[in-house]
Design a protein around this ligand. Structure first.
Ligand SMILES: *Cc1c(COP(=O)(O)O)cnc(C)c1O
Length: 429
């Protein structure tokens, strides 16, 4: 190459980062290394792998060559130092928190999050002794007020699922820095194509690969990306990283692995002991999806903006929450954090309330009525009659899932067809 210093662009990284032709067969696509375990060269090689003195493959619960390409790919796209692939987005959140928190510790989280994360934080994490303290992304000072000496992390979403809420990452990162805790950003809805949280002070990024990174509605997966920015040894607040590890002959992970120590800790402690390994087959499908990420995210965003503009003029529609819409409450933040577009997901309030929501999901034909986002296909759900049915009306409204609310994940079909389907769904008798 003429210019050895040249840093490849995003489109190039999406196709090539982490991947080389297979050294033994020449296979150009990354092979699916569908094996549980890997043969050692000799006893010394085995000992050095188990002692963390050498990098290499041991057992697919801890690492796998197909998954390694996916890890390098997403880390490169986010601009992080290392990645760790896990079995789901929720598994990524458990592994991150288990590396940071001890029983009795707290973390501060935005109260506008994916519903599954709100459940995980309120219930499963509570049973581990980790206390969530909720803050309001529309009032940044609430994050600062929620910090106590027990706080070990702050957790936000870049674009929040489902409401089209954009969080002011830079403002929250300043609060995290002052408190001496890492900022974790769930970048699932934006993907690194639309938003780069490390550029605004995030320390750790998590993903549900299930959504836009995989992008085709066929595989569950999760990813942790280490930004390499946080000082884990300060005041000994993160003992998994700053204390000697007895099972690895007393090594201190932060000392030994420096700016990718967090990703290593998540792998050799979290993934090893908790066990949510990603299948290499899913890694292969998600890698294939990522090759077209920039093309897909641009189309998702362009289609979604056209649909949001059309819906906002409809007589059946009371409001549209989509940060890309001029005049939307989050439009200024969207211009800063997601300048290329605001993604696929929006919520819509129908004047006809609960019955109108049921009618719309029952009458659409191109849209699929299901609980997912980030498919090539357009998706729709009426939370009040499905995911949030068990809540009281007041709780539904609080969760952004009032009786009148419908969530859309706009796919890659022709926008005219998407709009025509919504039109016949809204006007059906
Ligand atoms: C879906 C989702 C998750 C959970 O991911 P899974 O892969 O379903 O475990 C977490 N965060 C956001 C924003 C999501 O959309």
């Amino acid at each position: 190459m003429a210019d050895a210093e040249r840093i490849p662009g995003f489109n190039t990284l999406a196709i090539h980062a982490g991947a080389k032709p297979d050294p033994t067969t020449g296979a150009r696509a990354t092979p699916i290394y569908q094996t549980t375990s890997f043969v050692f060269d000799d006893v010394d090689h085995a000992a050095s792998l188990f002692g963390l003195q050498a990098f290499g493959n041991i057992y697919t619960r801890i690492g796998n060559p197909t998954n390694a390409v996916l890890e390098e790919r997403v880390a490169a796209l986010e601009g992080g130092t290392a990645g760790l692939a896990v079995a789901s987005g929720h598994a990524a959140q458990v592994v991150v928190m288990q590396t940071l928190l001890m029983p009795g510790d707290e973390f501060v989280a935005s109260k506008k999050l994916y519903g599954g994360s709100i459940n995980q934080f309120n219930h499963a994490f509570k049973s581990f002794g980790w206390q969530v303290v909720w803050a309001d992304p529309d009032d940044i000072s609430s994050f600062e007020k929620a910090i106590t000496p027990k706080t070990k992390a702050i957790f936000i979403e870049s674009i929040a699922n489902p409401g089209g809420v954009i969080t002011d990452i830079e403002a929250v990162s300043k609060i995290a820095r002052k408190a001496g805790v890492p900022l974790i950003v769930d970048n699932t809805l934006a993907t690194p194509y639309l938003c780069k949280p490390f550029n605004y002070g995030a320390d750790i990024i998590v993903h549900s690969l299930t959504k836009f990174l995989g992008g085709h509605g066929n595989s569950i997966g999760g990813m942790i990306v280490d930004g390499g920015t946080f000082n884990w040894s300060r005041e000994g607040r993160y003992p998994m990283l700053s204390e000697p590890r007895p099972e690895y002959s007393g090594i201190v992970l932060h000392e030994t692995f420096g700016n990718f120590a967090f990703a290593i800790a998540c792998r050799v402690l979290g993934l090893r002991d908790l066990g949510p390994a990603l299948s290499p087959f899913n890694a292969f499908l998600i890698l294939t999806g990522i090759e077209t990420l920039p093309l897909r995210m641009q189309r998702h965003s362009d289609n979604a903006l056209a649909v949001a503009e059309w819906l906002s003029k409809r007589p059946e529609v009371a409001w549209v929450s989509y940060a890309g819409l001029p005049g939307d409450k989050y439009n200024a933040l969207a211009k800063k954090y997601t300048p290329k577009g605001s993604g696929a997901v929006m919520t819509v309030g129908l004047k006809g309330g609960y019955d109108a929501g049921v009618k719309l999901v029952s009458n659409v034909q191109l849209f699929s009525h299901l609980a997912n986002i980030g498919d090539t296909r357009s998706l729709i759900i009426h939370p009040a009659s499905t995911t949030h049915k068990q809540l009281s009306d007041a709780q539904k409204v609080q969760a952004g899932a009032g009786p009148d609310v419908v969530r859309l994940s706009i796919g890659l079909e022709d926008k005219e067809d998407i709009i025509a389907d919504l039109e016949q769904g809204l006007t059906a008798k």
